[in-house]
Design a protein around this ligand. Structure first.
Ligand SMILES: CC(C)(COP(=O)(O)OP(=O)(O)OC[C@H]1O[C@@H](n2cnc3c(N)ncnc32)[C@H](O)[C@@H]1OP(=O)(O)O)[C@@H](O)C(=O)NCCC(=O)NCCS
Length: 89
């Protein structure tokens, strides 16, 4: 085990949204593992029919923003507890 990927699926406006998050242990970072795992998770969620993905990322967390962009999430103007909301769908 080198890290975790999580998706919390919530009802919203008659539909579903998956709020996603990721962590990779420091010894294993910088090898593309978060990008690979997040891509697999996002693909699986879409296959399950989840129409919207969302993440909340601190605006100074470059690595996490790169992971979000790599799976197609786009930054929004919404800030939640100091973190920017990124969304797809
Ligand atoms: C965010 C995190 C999961 C990234 O894991 P990782 O396996 O190292 O990520 P990857 O190797 O897939 O790299 C993803 C991108 O981040 C970039 N990156 C990696 N480490 C970086 C760093 N320290 N600073 C800037 N960019 C970095 C990579 O170059 C890559 O960008 P690219 O695709 O444009 O080349 C990891 O840093 C982490 O667990 N951080 C602590 C927990 C956390 O903050 N989670 C996010 C909560 S929203």
């Amino acid at each position: 085990m080198v890290g975790t990927m999580q998706a919390t699926i919530c009802p919203e406006q008659g539909s579903l949204v998956a709020v996603v998050a990721w962590t990779i242990g420091t010894a294993h970072q910088g090898q593309g593992l978060a990008t690979e795992a997040a891509d697999l998770m996002a693909s699986w969620l879409r296959q399950q029919g989840i129409p919207r993905l969302r993440a909340h990322i601190h605006p100074r967390h470059a690595a996490s923003m790169a992971v979000a962009a790599a799976i197609g999430l786009q930054p929004t103007d919404t800030m939640v507890s100091g973190e920017r909301r990124w969304e797809w769908g």
